[in-house]
Design a protein around this ligand. Structure first.
Ligand code: FES
Length: 111
């Protein structure tokens, strides 16, 4: 899927641990979590987007030529990332706006 150009307002979700991936459409201003849920991608979000549980953690890569850089983390998200020792490419999907061409790695859904 890397070689194919994405339409405007789409990113790619890779569902782990399978190698399944799908293109996800978003509306400008959507968080990644909102877009994933609208596309019926199962992702944990125990606090409903309140930046307090960390279960919506995803990894974000920009390996595509059409990838748009995500915004920097807010102060609240950055504090959370530091407390939980997030890797450089890990973000709270409920706090990160969707951008074109991102590759999002979504961990296995745990009910
Ligand atoms: S849904 Fe709880 S931190 Fe994102």
């Amino acid at each position: 899927m890397l070689g194919k150009k994405l339409k405007e307002n789409f990113f790619v979700a890779n569902i782990e641990p399978s190698s399944r991936s799908q293109e996800v459409e978003f509306i400008q201003g959507d968080t990644i979590l909102e877009a994933l849920l609208r596309a019926d991608v199962e992702i944990n979000n125990s606090c409903g987007g309140g930046a307090s549980c960390g279960t919506c953690r995803v990894r974000i890569r920009m390996n595509r030529p059409d990838s748009v850089q995500p915004d920097l983390p807010s102060e609240i998200e950055q504090e959370f990332r530091e407390e939980r020792s997030f890797a450089e490419d890990e973000r709270l999907s409920c706090q990160t706006l969707a951008k074109k061409g991102l590759e999002i790695f979504v961990p296995r859904f745990r009910a």
